[in-house]
Design a protein. Structure first.
Length: 204
C-alpha cells in the first residue's frame, strides 16, 4: 500500500478546539462555498460530538501528518451518502494549519477520500463543487479526474456579492481507470494542474 504524507482518522472529542479556530478564521473561509458563521466553542464541541456518534449519512475525518507527530492539520468529509443510488457529496477540504498548507496534503487527503468512497462504501458517483473563481480548488479537482457538470450562476451569496458555483463529479469507472493507469502519481497530477492552468489562462 502506498504511504502518504497524511492519514485520515475519525474525529476525537478534543478536535473541536482546532476546528473552531479554523472555522472562525476569515482568511480560511473566504473562498469556501459555505457561508461564514461565528461559531462558539460550545457549539463546535456539540457539532464534533454529533459527527463522532452518527456517521450514517455523513462521515468526517481529521487529516493528520503521517509521521511521529500525528498532528491534525485539517479535516475532510463525505456527505449525503445514498446507498440506494450509490452517490455521495465530497465535503470541502480544510487544511487549517498554515504550516501545512501545500498541495501534497490536500491532494493526498482527496485520494484517501476517493479510496474510501469507491473501494469501501462502494459508491458509483462522488460530487463536489467550488466557487468559480477559486482555481486553487477547481484545478486540482479536475486533475484528479473530476468532470465539470455545470455552473450554477449567482448561487452563493458571500462577502457582499453573488458568486457562481462550479459543480463537478467523478464516477467509479473514472477513479479505477486513473488508478489502474498510474495517473494518481503526484508528479503527473501536478503536471495536469499546470497544463489546466495554462489552458484556462489562454481562454480568458
Amino acid at each position: 500500500m502506498k504511504k502518504y504524507s497524511v492519514f485520515l482518522r475519525a474525529f476525537e472529542s478534543d478536535d473541536y478546539i482546532l476546528i473552531n479556530k479554523w472555522r472562525n478564521d476569515p482568511e480560511l473561509q473566504h473562498l469556501t462555498v459555505g457561508h461564514r458563521r461565528f461559531v462558539s466553542s460550545e457549539m463546535e464541541k456539540e457539532w464534533v460530538r454529533s459527527k463522532m456518534l452518527d456517521n450514517t449519512k455523513d462521515i468526517y475525518w481529521a487529516i493528520c501528518t503521517n509521521d511521529e507527530r500525528k498532528k491534525m492539520i485539517g479535516y475532510i468529509s463525505v456527505n449525503n451518502i445514498d446507498h440506494w443510488n450509490r452517490t455521495a457529496d465530497a465535503g470541502g477540504i480544510v487544511i487549517g494549519d498554515k504550516n501545512e498548507q501545500n498541495a501534497f496534503a490536500a491532494i493526498e487527503a482527496t485520494l484517501l477520500q476517493f479510496e474510501y468512497v469507491f473501494e469501501e462504501l462502494n459508491m458509483h458517483k462522488l460530487t463536489g463543487s467550488c466557487l468559480a473563481e477559486h482555481k486553487a480548488s477547481l484545478l486540482p479537482a479536475l486533475s484528479l479526474g473530476y468532470k465539470i457538470e455545470g455552473t450554477l450562476r449567482d448561487n452563493v451569496f458571500k462577502g457582499g456579492k453573488y458568486h457562481d458555483e462550479v459543480v463537478f463529479s467523478i464516477l467509479e469507472q473514472d477513479y479505477y481507470e486513473a488508478k489502474d493507469n498510474g495517473l494518481y502519481d503526484f508528479s503527473l497530477i501536478m503536471k495536469r494542474v499546470v497544463a489546466l492552468r495554462r489552458e484556462m489562462k489562454e481562454k480568458e
